[in-house]
Design a protein around this ligand. Structure first.
Ligand code: F6P
Length: 343
């Protein structure tokens, strides 16, 4: 078969490991030919390609980013966008497409199945917010990077008797904040799902510093909001999927902590550091398993599905179910694992 591959949305460590697994298994076991489309759906709209082969994907398992590039292009928001995608598929004689992305990219993949396009989806996002899979690759790497950063912030915070607010990614889902906050021993962990009470954050900081320990690291997800508050946005620009650019809640929080507690408070916004660099071994293995599952799905009755991890098995979920609901941190889980450990 002649198969297209694309990576869409924010990049994520492990994308190259998926591409490698799809191509290697496809060539070896099924005799497939592969064509990469550059920069997500933009490559299909504008017919920009990169031929892929086992030789081309050699040595990329440990490589961060994506050799195919990515973008947040939405063909449904462009004039004639969908027609152009269909024309490219015809022109390149593509019989099936492996789309690697988060809810936006896979949402487009899902709509295209209604146009008769043969698609298999692979879930990707450092945010870990796709409900159909227990975990997405990239999440483990992002948590490790954030935890390493918190460990480093802790020693300098301690030396200077400062509070440090560490802002991590997480637009609607606080998984990175929750996991890295627990692993890093944060004094408070703030997530988008649980509007926070600034007075309680300050009280936790004060209790910790008064107890004689001085390193107070507060971890906050970029999408966290004070109760009754609104998102702090760095710009009013929205992408083609309607997302505003976040970032800035950390600064607001730090200023307020310093004002209330009188303790010098600094901010570290980790931003895209969390998305860069090599995937952890866990993410390389998960991405490889997803890649193998995806090419098997293309050949063995799995068109129109997304591969997912459930009970440590690679399973297939219909694309329309896969993208229907985000996976948020449940209130009970936050109460159970975060609250007893903070303060
Ligand atoms: O969706 C993943 C993510 O990393 C979010 O956590 C973050 O809000 C967003 O991407 C940032 O996207 P961009 O790189 O387009 O600014």
């Amino acid at each position: 078969m002649r198969i297209g591959i694309l990576t869409g949305g924010g990049d994520c460590p492990g994308l190259n490991a998926v591409i490698r697994a799809v191509v290697r298994k496809g060539e070896e076991d099924y005799g497939d030919q592969f064509l990469g489309f550059m920069d997500g759906w933009r490559g299909l709209v504008d017919n920009i390609t990169l031929p892929l082969s086992t030789e081309r994907v050699r040595d990329i398992i440990s490589l961060g980013g994506t050799i195919l590039g990515t973008s947040r292009t939405n063909p449904y928001k462009l004039e004639d966008g969908v027609d152009k995608v269909l024309a490219t598929l015809k022109d390149q004689q593509i019989e099936a497409l492996v789309a690697i992305g988060g809810d936006d990219t896979l949402g487009v993949a899902n709509k295209l199945t209604a146009e008769g396009v043969n698609v298999v989806g692979v879930p990707k996002t450092i945010d870990n917010d796709l409900s159909a899979t227990e975990v997405t690759f990239g999440f483990h790497t992002a948590v490790q990077i954030a935890t390493d950063a918190i460990d480093r912030l802790r020693t300098t915070a301690e030396s200077h008797s400062r509070v440090i607010v560490c802002e991590v990614m997480g637009r609607h889902a606080g998984w990175i904040s929750l996991y890295s906050g627990i692993a890093g021993g944060a004094v408070d962990i703030l997530i988008p799902e649980e509007p926070f009470d600034i007075a309680s954050v300050c009280a936790n900081v004060q209790a910790l510093t008064a107890s004689g320990r001085h390193a107070a690291v507060v971890v906050v997800a970029e999408g966290a909001t004070p109760g009754e508050g609104s998102l702090i946005v760095t710009s009013s620009e929205v992408d083609q999927f309607g997302h505003v650019r976040l970032g800035g809640i950390g600064n607001l929080l730090a200023a307020e902590i310093e004002r209330v507690t009188g303790i010098e408070t600094r901010v570290a916004i980790l931003g895209h550091i969390q998305r860069g660099g090599s995937p952890t071994a866990f993410d390389r293995v998960l991405a490889t398993r997803f890649g193998i599952g995806a090419i098997d799905a293309v050949h063995n009755g799995g068109l129109g599905t997304m591969v997912a991890l459930q009970a440590d098995k690679i399973v297939r979920v219909p694309l329309n179910e896969a993208v229907s609901e985000p996976k948020l941190v449940p209130h009970e889980f936050y109460e159970e694992v975060a609250k007893p450990l903070v303060g």
